[in-house]
Design a protein. Structure first.
Length: 156
């Protein structure tokens, strides 16, 4: 077990975690921070404070920053995320780093695995931008054009 400190930030104020919590790895610490943020969300609303201004800045025993969990991520979970979303790639990259750190992989192996995820995400973003440019060009040419079909712009 490793000690993780959930330092609480609310706007400009900062409250360090003096006790810390024990977790097996960074992924479990993230899930613990997420659960704690969910519990605090309700309390903050009752006190009429905006939870979106809060975050846990999680550090290790030496005080090294491991990750920051903005409470706004609690809301992000409520939104559906398509598999092609750039956030899916970013989440996968973050998990790859956490797993690599926990498993003791070398820096070279970690960078290599993250680079693959980043390249895939970059490719998805390029494809998305290409489609958006095409849609924009059609909309500029004829803003009132109705394309028959299934709503994807593909007519059959």
């Amino acid at each position: 077990m490793r000690k993780f400190y959930f330092n609480f930030r609310q706007g400009h104020s900062f409250c360090p975690d003096e006790e810390g919590c024990d977790f097996a790895n960074t992924d479990e610490a993230y899930l613990g921070a997420f659960a704690a943020a969910q519990e605090l969300w309700r309390e903050l609303l009752i006190r009429r404070e905006d939870p979106r201004e809060c975050a846990f800045e999680v550090t290790d025993l030496r005080g090294s920053a491991l990750f920051t969990l903005p409470f706004s991520e609690i809301l992000d979970v409520c939104r559906p995320m398509s598999p092609s979303s750039p956030l899916v790639g970013a989440v996968a990259a973050a998990r790859a780093v956490a797993v690599a750190m926990d498993s003791g992989l070398s820096a070279h192996q970690t960078v290599k695995s993250v680079s693959v995820v980043v390249a895939e995400t970059r490719s998805t973003l390029r494809e998305t931008l290409k489609v958006l440019k095409q849609v924009s060009a059609v909309a500029e040419a004829d803003p009132f054009r109705i394309v028959p079909g299934d709503g994807t712009g593909n007519s059959s």
